[in-house]
Design a binder for this molecule. Structure first.
Ligand SMILES: [Zn+2]
Length: 198
């Protein structure tokens, strides 16, 4: 009943002129479209061609989301569908020097969804910077694990210890894996912890 009242699509003109990075996904979360601002955002933040629009369209959104919070994201879309209303989620996308908080707004359409990512907060970091010490951060399998939300780095052999290593945020080290650090899990993905303990 609710979906009958939802728009069929966002106008392409609105999305193309939007300064925020926007994209659309099908009902099964396959990426169907990215706007102009998408590649600018990808270049500034990930800097890797693997995140440019040409490479992500037709792939599933959940493939880009770490396993720890994949269900959390899938549930956000389910919630937007059930409510028939936009649903939002805040996330961090900082550089080595600047803390940046973004809000992802998920708009359910008659079929599929449009997602708009807008910047809410930006200021200098107040975290204690650590040196990129390979002996401290490279684990026994040769990998460095970083939080996909805030960019903190996990200390080898201690899954609960996460440090702010600006050099690793600026130049992603070789052989990196991604997870979500304990503060981010608690603060940004609380409901995924709740569902885990149920
Ligand atoms: Zn984090």
């Amino acid at each position: 009943m609710q979906s009958a009242a939802l728009p069929r699509a966002f106008s392409r003109q609105v999305l193309e002129s939007c300064p925020d990075s926007c994209f659309a996904v099908s009902e099964s979360l396959d990426i169907t479209y990215c706007n102009n601002a998408w590649d600018r955002f990808a270049e500034q933040n990930q800097g890797s061609p693997e995140f440019f629009a040409a490479r992500v369209v037709a792939r599933n959104l959940l493939d880009f989301i770490p396993e720890d919070v994949r269900k959390y994201h899938a549930d956000l879309f389910k919630k937007a569908r059930v409510l028939g209303q936009p649903v939002s989620h805040d996330y961090e996308c900082s550089s080595a020097n600047v803390f940046r908080l973004y809000r992802m707004q998920i708009y359910p359409l008659e079929t599929g969804f449009v997602i708009i990512n807008s910047r809410r907060v930006e200021h200098a970091h107040d975290r204690t910077p650590m040196e990129p010490d390979e002996t401290l951060y490279r684990n026994s399998t040769g990998m460095i694990r970083m939080c996909s939300n805030c960019g903190r780095t996990n200390r080898a052999g201690d899954r609960a210890a996460w440090d702010w290593v600006p050099d690793y945020v600026e130049h992603k080290p070789d052989k990196t894996t991604h997870g979500v650090c304990s503060p981010c899990l608690e603060y940004y993905y609380r409901s995924s912890l709740d569902s885990r303990s149920n």
